[in-house]
Design a protein around this ligand. Structure first.
Ligand code: A2R
Length: 323
């Protein structure tokens, strides 16, 4: 029996590489010295792609190489690295890795929120610099008495909200639609919600629909005691407007796990004391990345065993016999 040809666009976890290598003929794009020549040569045989936001973008020009492509299994819940509408148009399935990372991302979000408010990294630097010997660390802002607005009360947003309940803070949310079963107040307008809260947590998908939804106007509404936490995508926040707002005291502080041009982070943010900056690590534990990798493998194996995809994205819904 001929083995199915799968393309991996960039190095993924060893467990993923091994599992796919065992079951399929695996082609490693990142090892090719001449990418175009490589893709022209193997492209016509490729039936599946394993990719991630870290390893490449699958747009219309890229998909041209693969006339027989059936499925793109993307690592991560966000799949703004894949043009899913273009894939749908070509009858190609796209899968992502939802749910298995909810708790990890929610845990990290709470950690980042507390770190930002209580200035944990700054306090650590203070001690290491020997400054505690001279004076106590200055008193910090607090989570006490705050009201938190979640921008995107989806799978991860709900896991964040459940944790926040334990902290005794009021929780509200914004999205395009009101969720009847959600036990939190809904704001149809993001500016209105920003006005009503003093913490904003962004946890929407990236892409065109959410680009710069947190802009100068929203930050102004959040106000001088307000804190922004972004664990969604860098594109969701207008980074220049945020830098301006932090510099001018329009808002108090920010905790950011994502940036507009990763891994490049504006020097202006690096130089600021009222921000906590993380290198996109929200789902980045050994445990959770393994589970995400396994779901990439499972989607490809399930599809090529004729059992359908496990977690197709909404743009490419799977109905038996429809594709
Ligand atoms: O808008 P709704 O009611 O469909 O709510 C979704 C919300 N959302 C938006 N909210 C405002 N404006 C938009 N243009 C917009 N687009 C989507 O984001 C929903 O409540 C939430 C997304 O939830 P899930 O699809 O369950 O995604 P999950 O698994 O929570 O992950 C969220 C994102 C990923 O896409 C990555 O970018 C990041 O977290 O790691």
């Amino acid at each position: 029996m001929t083995r199915t040809d799968i393309l991996m666009t960039g190095r993924m976890l060893p467990s993923v590489v091994e599992a796919l290598n065992e079951r399929f003929t695996l082609h490693r794009m990142w090892e090719a010295p001449d990418r175009d020549a490589f893709l022209r040569e193997i492209g016509p045989r490729i039936r599946g792609i394993a990719t991630s936001t870290m390893t490449g973008r699958a747009d219309a020009a890229f998909l041209e190489y693969f006339p027989k492509l059936e499925i793109i299994a993307s690592f991560g819940v966000g799949y703004d690295n894949v043009d899913a509408h273009e894939a749908a148009r070509r009858g190609i399935l796209v899968t992502n890795t939802p749910d298995v990372l909810n708790d990890e991302v929610a845990d990290l979000t709470i950690g980042l929120l507390i770190a930002t408010l209580r200035r944990i990294p700054q306090a650590d630097r203070y001690l290491r610099d020997g400054k505690w010997l001279e004076a106590p660390f200055p008193l910090s802002p607090s989570l006490r008495s705050r009201k938190v607005g979640i921008v995107g009360l989806g799978r991860i947003g709900k896991a964040i909200a459940r944790r926040l309940e334990g902290f005794g803070v009021e929780i509200v949310y914004h999205g395009r639609t009101r969720q009847e079963n959600a036990p939190y107040a809904y704001h149809g307008s993001l500016v209105d919600m920003a006005q009503a809260v003093d913490v904003l947590i962004a946890i929407t998908p990236g892409g065109a629909g959410t680009r710069h939804m947190i802009d100068g106007e929203v930050l102004k509404a959040l106000g001088p005691s307000g804190v922004l936490i972004n664990v969604a995508r860098g594109s969701v926040v207008d980074e220049q407007a945020l830098i301006e707002a932090l510099r001018e005291g329009t808002i108090l502080a920010a905790g950011l796990d994502v940036f507009e041009d990763e891994p490049r982070v504006p020097q202006a943010l690096i130089d600021m004391d009222n921000v906590v900056l993380l290198p996109h690590i929200a789902s980045g534990s050994v445990h959770t990345r393994k589970a995400m990798g396994q779901l990439v493998v499972d989607n490809l194996v399930s599809w090529f065993s004729g059992k359908g995809p496990l977690t197709p994205v909404p743009e490419t819904p799977y109905r038996q016999g429809a594709l």
